[in-house]
Design a protein around this ligand. Structure first.
Ligand code: LIP
Length: 266
């Protein structure tokens, strides 16, 4: 790719535009397009994604978009944007000011796989913009950030997500039960991308979720790695979903042992 920095700036502009639309709509009645037992999708999700697509494809017309609200652009293109227009939609719907825009840029590799090369996560409520280019530092509002150095679970804040399906909830409940007794605090905030950037910023020490989608984690995962953290994930059989342990790089083995033991005994 000829200009990663130009791509990062374009993604940041798109994220800020979608964030402004979220704030303008935060008190308006919410039009629900789809809802299930543990999920809501708004008409505003679609509007935000369309706005993001317009910004990205105007500057990168030969690229593809893979978003939570659908595909756009040239799907065989060497560059692919992975977009969650509103991560934390249920929070946003209920008026909880903890949601964000997540945009990642991926390059198609020789074997057909994709590698994430740029990531942007924007929280319009706090005015916090996280950015990273692969091989460079992670930044929060321009300042370089780094993961924490806490290496004991007893001193750790660990975020957990239960995703949307009953299966992911049943898989993660035993892990929650096992971890809650071992860590300083568990936090369940409802926005995967922000949980990843909080680990990158040293606010949390790890984040565990199963059944999470690529658009929830692609940008935050790169930001975490560029902040010195570890973004361990494993594709699940049901396509496009992942099991993930994201951490400051010092806790994954301990978290994995607790999670494996908890799932075995459940
Ligand atoms: C949300 C994720 C969160 C998960 C929720 C939901 P959405 O994304 O960020 O971690 O627990 O179930 O998937 O759907 O609000 O963009």
């Amino acid at each position: 790719m000829n200009s990663p920095l130009r791509a990062l700036r374009c993604a940041a502009a798109a994220a800020r535009a979608a964030g402004r639309l979220m704030l303008r709509q935060r008190a308006a009645p919410k039009k629900i397009n789809r809802q299930s037992r543990h999920d809501i999708k708004l008409e505003l999700d679609v509007r935000c994604q369309k706005l993001i697509e317009k910004t990205l494809l105007r500057s990168f017309p030969q690229s593809a978009v893979l978003g939570e609200e659908g595909l756009a652009g040239r799907q065989d293109a060497p560059l692919r944007w992975v977009v969650d227009p509103i991560d934390g939609t249920v929070n946003f719907t209920y008026g909880v000011p903890h949601a964000c825009v997540s945009i990642a840029l991926q390059e198609r590799m020789a074997g057909g796989e994709f590698a994430t090369v740029a990531g942007v996560v924007y929280d319009p409520f706090c005015g916090e913009l996280w950015t990273a280019l692969r091989g460079g530092p992670a930044r929060l509002n321009g300042r370089v950030i780094h993961v924490s150095r806490r290496k004991n679970l007893a001193e750790a804040i660990v975020s957990i997500g239960f995703a949307k399906s009953r299966a992911s909830l049943e898989e993660n409940l035993p892990v929650f039960n096992a971890l809650v007794r071992r860590v300083r605090k568990i936090r369940m905030m409802g926005a995967a991308a922000l949980a990843l950037t909080y680990v990158a910023s040293g606010r949390f020490d790890a984040y565990v979720e199963s059944g999470i989608s690529l658009w929830d984690i692609a940008a935050g995962g790169l930001i975490l790695e560029c902040a010195g953290g570890e973004f361990w994930r494993q594709p699940l059989p049901d396509g496009g979903k992942f099991r993930m342990i994201a951490s400051n790089g010092l806790l994954r083995a301990k978290l994995e042992r607790v999670a494996r033991a908890a799932r075995k005994t459940s």
